[in-house]
Ligand binder design. Structure first.
Ligand code: SIN
Length: 589
């Protein structure tokens, strides 16, 4: 393969070239990197992890509940885990993807333990298993009570640091480099502010989700939908993006991100109470059901939050030390106080369409974890299936790269894009028909404008080079936006609109209002400096918001995490994935 010499836009050294560049350093990215760097077929490969923060500044580190896997309980089985996953997904899961997830999950958890991850155990020494919403059995492996993601991240980061992997911290991927219809690397912003092209035979998107589209979110500041936006700009298919899941029990507190009160608390007996103290929902229903019931109750009672009553949980502080510490900091004692909670944006069930091996439609581009749409989650992810997804599909794509495969296969969510052109696989007698594709309305690509360097020369994010048009100024939380930060103000304004109009409950008029805000912010992007990370993140947020709102307006039904008051029923004719990007495909294996 011939790759043109990269443009030199600045004096910084250009890292690479690499065999594999992984964008993002959460559970999916690190699982992939470890296996490429140490795997039998790829050992000795030149592997790079590029991350915009520090290695462990990822959503994974924040993940509380755990990893769902039918690993121990005698009453459990992969079939039961599969059934729960499919039920939560509201008839939109790809069954093969979900089966792959639950079948390979126990192995990947054991591999993590052999890498040094320590999970909570019973006195007998067996893994302690928690129950969470939508699970018919206790099967959630956890660490430190509700600090599971931090332990997984610690173990994987330690493994990566012990291997010959180039780690680029503080680097920001601006866009994919696409030549001759293949991904050849990324254009990235170096910490010294210069743009370089990093060449790679394989690029792995593991950039996580997009919670920062919303003002009320459990996601860290890094979750700006970067990988999805890059895919959208490159025309790589993105699907199921309207299924943005809200976690029911975020602490009602102005902190950003919102502190999470894990589902494990409800699994251990905590109950939800409305403003009058009454229970109103099965607390262990899938989380779309619980969030919807909460949003409806909050609207009916005219309140901003409800209550989580965890007073019945014994030894709260020793079982959930990290949550207890957060509560103590805000003056709450869970053994006596009801805890104020409200739903918060938490997880994107859709993303960049992949097959069961992480391949996207663009040769050389792979995706795993929250950025991907494998088909495992359908319209609503089952609790604690997301760390599992990162473990399983991060590993699978690394093994696929090692096998030398390049083209996507007609499996998982990718099947809908390829089967029409391939020898369609006959359905097994017991098989549910695969979910078909439908084109989402075309949305224009979004990127920050060409006014290079104006921002930086005006003093960086605190400068006044970019003026917000009237309605943008002062909207949203100035705490989040930063007092004189126009990009922050635009982001907060958009995030506020998303929360109110495209949140748990949606209808045509509210979505139209959000669409207008998205366009207003998109229209102002030409004024900001594309070479600045914060401006590029805003462009990414706008691109994802535009696609999400377009899909949410198009899907005239309610299903899983997508609730329309004007189309309240689930409509079988909408059993499809709305796909943004290029639906044409070639090269089925
Ligand atoms: C939680 O602990 O409630 C979050 C787990 C998840 O999002 O799966």
């Amino acid at each position: 393969m011939t790759i043109a010499a990269p443009p030199r836009e600045g004096p910084g050294a250009t890292p690479g070239p690499f065999d594999v560049v992984v964008l993002g350093s959460g559970v999916a990215g690190l699982s992939a990197a470890v296996r490429v760097a140490a795997g039998p077929g790829t050992k000795g490969s030149r592997v790079c992890i590029l991350t915009k923060g520090l290695l462990s500044e990822t959503a994974t580190t924040w993940a509380q509940g755990g990893v769902a896997a039918a690993i121990g309980g005698e009453e459990d089985s992969v079939e039961l885990h599969l059934a729960d996953t499919l039920a939560a997904g509201a008839n939109l899961c790809d069954i093969d993807a979900a089966r792959t997830l639950v079948e390979e999950g126990p192995l990947r958890v054991k591999e993590l333990i052999s890498m040094g991850a320590t999970f909570d155990r019973e006195e007998s020494g067996t893994l302690a298993l928690a129950r969470e919403g939508g699970h018919s059995r206790a099967r959630v492996v956890h660490a430190g009570g509700a600090a599971t993601g931090a332990e997984i991240e610690r173990a994987l980061a330690a493994a990566v640091r012990g291997l010959a992997v180039t780690i680029l911290e503080g680097w920001f991927a601006l866009d994919l480099v696409v030549r001759a219809q293949a991904c050849r690397g990324v254009r990235a912003l170096a910490p010294d502010g210069h743009v370089v092209e990093i060449r790679a035979d394989h690029v792995v998107l593991a950039t996580g989700g997009a919670g920062q589209l919303y003002a009320v979110t459990t996601n860290p500041a890094e979750a700006t939908g970067d990988g999805i936006a890059m895919a959208l700009r490159a025309g790589v298919p993105v699907a199921d993006i309207e299924f943005l899941q809200f976690h029911p029990t975020a602490l009602h507190h102005p902190a950003t991100p919102r502190p999470l009160l894990s589902e494990a608390l409800r699994g251990a007996g905590a109950v939800l109470r409305d403003a009058r103290g009454a229970r109103f929902v099965d607390e262990l229903a899938p989380r779309d059901v619980v969030s919807r019931a909460m949003a409806q109750r909050m609207l009916a009672q005219g309140v901003e939050h409800l209550w989580l009553d965890a007073t019945g949980i014994e030894s709260f502080a020793s079982r959930y030390p990290t949550i207890a510490a957060v509560l103590a900091r805000v003056g709450l004692d869970p053994s006596h106080d009801w805890l104020p909670v409200a739903p918060a944006a938490h997880h994107l069930s859709g993303g960049v369409v992949t097959d069961l091996f992480g391949a996207t439609l663009l040769p050389g581009l792979w995706a795993a974890g929250e950025v991907a749409c494998t088909g495992v989650h359908g319209a609503n992810r089952l609790a604690s299936n997301s760390l599992l997804e990162g473990l399983v599909f991060g590993a699978r794509l690394a093994e696929r790269i090692a096998d030398g495969h390049a083209a996507p296969s007609a499996t998982g969510a990718m099947r809908m894009l390829l089967t029409a052109r391939s020898k369609a696989m006959p359905l097994r007698p017991d098989e549910v028909p695969p979910v078909p594709a439908r084109a989402a309305p075309r949305v224009a690509p979004v990127s920050a404008g060409p006014t290079a360097r104006a921002w930086a020369s005006a003093g960086g994010p605190g400068g006044h080079a970019v003026e917000c048009p009237g309605p943008l100024r002062g909207a949203g939380s100035s705490r989040q936006a930063g007092a004189k930060n126009p990009v922050g103000e635009r982001k907060a304004y958009l995030a506020h609109a998303m929360t109110t109009g495209a949140g748990v409950i949606r209808e045509a008029s509210s979505l139209e209002e959000v669409a207008a805000v998205v366009e207003k912010v998109a229209g102002s992007l030409c004024e900001v400096d594309a070479m600045h990370q914060e401006a590029s993140e805003l462009a990414n947020v706008v691109a994802v918001a535009r696609a999400l709102v377009a899909s949410a307006m198009t899907r005239e039904e309610s299903r899983g995490a997508h609730t329309r008051v004007d189309f309240a029923r689930t409509d079988p004719s909408w059993r499809c994935r709305l796909v943004h990007g290029d639906l044409g495909a070639e090269g089925v294996e």
